[in-house]
Ligand binder design. Structure first.
Ligand SMILES: [Zn+2]
Length: 876
């Protein structure tokens, strides 16, 4: 996953006088500007006559006014929402005919009989786009690049299919032309299907980012049973052969040819058969010989899915919406899928339909929770309205709105009062034995507040915490529903979603959207105060991120390259980074750990990543997508000579090490074998793992020696251990490790070889060291039940630094990866920084100094600290 929300500067509230015809007793119209575009983010308080007739034409005519800096020819109407007297037209921006990613602009009218006036307008329209829209990279190349570069896991990559959907302009500066590629397959690590919208630069071929389209809920484990014993009416359809099928044509959206609710039983078939747009051509809805759909349809989840879809449809119809897409389009549900022969305990909206696994363990089919059905289908409504991007704060709002409406649909359908303690729980009815509060995935009344409770995840984790931070936003909305009642609150939130929010909004934008909707609805001052106070109570106020405390020095504020991995030596760091909106090719930066501005090291315009340094020079990898080639470059840190190309090949390179004029790297060669290569000076590279059945990982270089993680087989037995190669003599020492243990991350310091090891495969790891020739091994931190759950490792001559997943399951910043340090001479691991968020991808510098990526303050920063913190508040 490689996309951060575009963080635009906080909009400035300027209260500019906009020429218009505001009545004397109205407050003057207000304008909020957005950085990087001349088109206003929001104009409200207008009262200007608009032309009658077609609302789209009227909206375009209004936006033609020069104060908007918008060329109406660049606007494509998406949909018009009518809500009583309010009429909102939503446009998508095109640049030379190509859609602009995330750029929606809306015009708000109020109608009084035939009279129509403009009351506001706003959204995102990028006025500075000049990019050429002729692609240099073919559709086919883009598909291949996206598959290779934008799927992280190697096994997922092998099974994935890539299809190019079309061109899009990424809104940054002059714009960036990209191919949109849809990637489908399986993610064997996460145990879930893969469905990514990936973007590849259509001029350079550089892979840009990928957005997860599956709106999956948090992982649950278990196996299924029966559904609830509830009797419900099902709208079915009698076929020519006399059988009945789950095909509902009784809703107002049915227009004689489209607008059905259809439910399919996958009968335990694999999920991949159902991924992609629509349903397979030969798929038939679940069928029964009689009008009474039997217990097999209860067990499969078909009854709940079909009935639930009808409930969702009727809920949104009461809000004035015709179906998920707002145009009466057919709603598909597929129940009872499996994945790789295993039960699939989850549910998701895939962009065109609902997919449900069968029940597993204590969990019934996910179709049996009406709030879950409502939640997943609301993702469809969001996709066809505000289109909130599924990452960071906009992703958490997407989740939060799905929770809000999912719960609203459930409490309304069953007549549950808002005061019921279970009303705010999501998924609380899915379990056969667990009590509701334990069964539920989330509680909208969990009282979480942005400043105190925002989980400082970097984008590598849950897309920046979209599920974990959602209740901060949904909690405010649920408070409003508790205070104002369902009818009033649902109308307000729905109006904010469909008429004010845009794809890249953050929490504060979301608050403003709800407040503007309240104003547009003519809500009383008292009710509007209730709304504002709900957001205040949940800490959603402009600038809330600034209140998060840290004990580190920031070297680079805003690391946006998801592959950024710093390295440090001799008081200098190297790291890759992209632009704030992630659309520039990532480049290599270097700076002093002591402070000062970083300078740019890489000179090419390709995608640069994984830099390493020996304190004098840096080496790093670049990817040339058009030729599918990986390169290694070097350059002195003082930039006294230009970037030098030292290797160019088709082998996928994963990491690189440098020491003087020696470079080493590892990667997967054309034969699929993972190998380690060494290149000394101008000599050609040598594969040090060329022997049959030998693989190598994670090279480390120092003082004429190479250490790497060696994996080999003897007979039927697999072995792995740290290996040290003397590059001058060619002599190799393999550190003897007990059979069955796993070693990783061998690191050469000046005097030692240091690595982590797991004796029993329980995921907990100790730390070992040896002399630089691999002899005289000693334990620094013993493995065992008390050993840390380790992730990431580095060492220097005096200290080993290790990333530790804290024990605990209570959802908080306390369970996110934290850096610990221990002297190589032995001792106890000490917490290194009390920063509360995720601390990852660290490198150890001189003495105790560590440099790392930190997610604490609401985005990802490169930070440093020069001593352990010891104990932190909370005792960790
Ligand atoms: Zn969701």
């Amino acid at each position: 996953m490689s996309w951060r929300p575009i963080t635009l500067m906080a909009a400035l509230c300027l209260a500019l006088a906009v020429p218009g015809t505001a009545a004397a007793d109205d407050p003057p119209p207000e304008v909020e500007q957005r950085a990087g575009t001349r088109a206003p983010a929001e104009v409200y308080g207008l009262s200007e006559p608009a032309q009658a007739g077609d609302p789209v034409a009227a909206a375009k005519a209004h936006l033609a006014d020069p104060r908007y800096h918008i060329d109406p020819a660049d606007l494509v109407p998406l949909r018009t929402v009518v809500d009583g007297r309010d009429e909102t037209v939503r446009f998508a921006q095109r640049h030379r005919g190509v859609p602009v990613f995330g750029a929606h602009y809306l015009v708000h009218f109020r109608k009084d009989g035939d009279r129509r006036e403009v009351v506001g307008a706003g959204g995102r329209f990028l006025t500075e786009l000049t990019v050429d829209t002729t692609p240099a990279v073919t559709r086919e190349s883009a598909a291949a690049i996206a598959r290779i570069a934008l799927i992280r896991d190697r096994r997922a990559k092998e099974s994935a299919k890539a299809e190019t959907a079309g061109l899009v302009v990424i809104p940054h500066g002059a714009g960036q032309l990209a191919w949109h590629v849809v990637l489908t397959g399986r993610d064997p690590v996460a145990g879930r299907p893969l469905l990514l919208d990936a973007y590849v630069d259509a001029h350079s071929g550089r892979p840009l980012f990928a957005v997860d389209r599956l709106r999956m809920e948090g992982p649950v484990t278990g196996t299924g049973e029966t559904a609830h014993g509830r009797t419900v009416e099902l709208n079915a359809y009698q076929r020519a052969d006399g059988a009945y099928e789950l095909r509902d044509r009784a809703r107002p959206m049915w227009d004689g040819s489209d607008g059905e609710i259809l439910t399919y039983d996958a009968a335990g078939g694999d999920i991949t058969a159902w991924l992609g747009a629509g349903v397979p051509a030969d798929a038939e809805p679940a069928r029964s010989g009689t009008l009474a759909f039997g217990p097999e349809h209860t067990a499969s989840g078909a009854v709940d899915a079909h009935w639930g879809a009808g409930q969702v449809y009727e809920f949104y119809r009461r809000l004035g919406r015709d179906g998920l897409d707002g145009r009466g389009g057919t709603m598909h549900s597929v129940v009872n899928v499996t994945m790789e022969g295993e039960p699939f305990a989850n549910a998701f909206w895939d962009g065109t339909k609902m997919i449900y696994g069968g029940g597993v363990g204590d969990y019934r089919s996910f179709a049996s929770g009406l709030d879950v059905v409502g939640h997943e289908m609301t993702h469809g409504v969001i996709e066809h309205s505000a289109g909130l991007v599924y990452i960071g704060q906009s992703g958490a709002m997407n989740e939060g709105l799905a929770d809000y409406f999912g719960n609203a649909i459930q409490v309304d359908s069953f007549g549950i009062p808002m005061s019921d303690p279970n009303a705010s729980l999501l998924g609380e009815t899915l379990c056969t034995t667990l009590p509701p509060e334990q069964c539920a995935a989330r509680d909208l009344d969990d009282g979480r507040v942005a400043g105190e409770d925002y989980l400082g995840m970097t984008v590598a984790l849950d897309y920046g915490g979209v599920h974990y931070n959602s209740t901060i936003f949904s909690g405010a909305l649920w408070d409003v529903r508790e205070a104002l009642g369902g009818a009033s609150a649902d109308r307000l939130v729905y109006k904010a979603l469909t008429e004010y929010m845009t794809p890249l909004d953050d929490f504060v934008d979301g608050r403003r959207a709800v407040e503007l909707a309240a104003r547009a609805l003519g809500m009383s001052a008292r009710d509007r105060l209730t709304v504002s106070r709900a957001f205040d109570r949940h800490g959603i106020k402009p600038g809330w991120e600034r209140a998060l405390r840290t004990d580190t020095r920031v070297l680079i504020d805003g690391i946006t390259d998801p592959y950024a991995r710093p390295d440090v030596a001799g008081g200098r760091y190297v790291v890759s980074n992209s632009s704030p909106d992630v659309v520039e090719p990532s480049h290599i930066l270097t700076g002093r750990v002591g402070g000062g501005k970083p300078v740019r090291l890489s000179e090419n315009d390709r995608w640069n990543f994984m830099p390493a340094t020996d304190g004098k020079r840096a080496a790093w990898i670049s990817f040339d997508a058009t030729r599918q080639s990986y390169r290694i470059h070097t350059r002195p840190l003082d930039r006294s000579s230009p970037e030098k190309l030292v290797h160019d090949g088709t082998v996928v390179i994963e990491s690189v090490a440098i020491d003087g004029d020696t470079i080493a790297w590892d990667g997967v060669g054309p034969d699929g074998e993972h190998s380690v290569w060494v290149k000394r000076g101008d000599a050609p590279p040598v594969d040090v793992t060329a022997a049959a059945g030998v693989r190598g990982y994670a090279p480390s270089l120092k003082g004429g020696r190479l250490a790497y993680h060696k994996v080999w087989t003897e007979g039927d037995a697999a072995h792995n251990a740290p290996a040290v190669l003397d590059l001058e003599s060619g002599a190799e020492t393999v550190v003897p490790m007990p059979q069955g243990s796993v070693s990783a991350e061998p690191t050469l310091t000046g005097r030692h070889l240091v690595w982590i090891y797991d004796e029993n495969g329980d995921g907990r790891a100790g730390i070992m060291r040896a002399a630089i020739d691999g002899t005289r091994t000693a334990v620094v931190v013993p493995d065992g039940p008390q050993a840390p759950t380790a992730y990431w490792f580095d060492a220097n001559d005096a200290f080993a630094t290790i990333g530790v997943w804290p024990d605990g399951t209570e959802l908080s910043n306390d369970i996110l990866l934290k850096i610990h340090q221990v002297p190589l001479s032995g001792g106890t691991l000490q917490r290194f920084s009390c920063n509360r968020g995720l601390q990852e991808a660290f490198a150890s510098g001189d003495g105790r100094t560590v440099v790392w990526l930190d997610g604490t303050d609401g985005n990802t920063d490169l930070v440093t600290r020069d001593r352990p913190a010891g104990r932190c508040r909370g005792g960790a």
